[in-house]
Design a protein around this ligand. Sequence first.
Ligand code: AMP
Ligand code: ZN
Length: 112
Amino acid sequence: MDCLFCKIIKGEIPSNKVYEDELIYAFRDINPQAPIHVLIIPKTHIASADEVNSENSAVIAHLFAKIPAIAKEQGLTGGYRIVTNCGDDACQSVHHLHFHLLGGRKLSETMS
Ligand code: AMP
Ligand code: ZN
């Protein structure tokens, strides 16, 4: 499968890793939109939030359980935002589920 983030997980494309375990991988966004902009992804290929179901949701629960530690390690003591873009209307550009972890400054009140 020709998936950019699967290639990053396999090390075929370089990335700036901030966290990894057996189920998830986290790395810096190449085009950061905040002082801290990390992408957190499941190692299993799930195309988007719309593809999450009872068969694969355990990895998503694990990913969310790790977010506080990743945020703390990034120094996000003032708070942070977690965003996932799903589908064309949300301008999802990489079709491997990823959660944007954004922070390091006061973020916009608007999300749309
Ligand atoms: P989205 O538009 O929500 O699908 O987000 C995709 C994100 O992936 C964007 O914020 C891009 O800047 C980021 N991105 C694309 N290619 C890479 C890459 N090779 N390494 C790190 N981040 C990337
Ligand atoms: Zn993938």
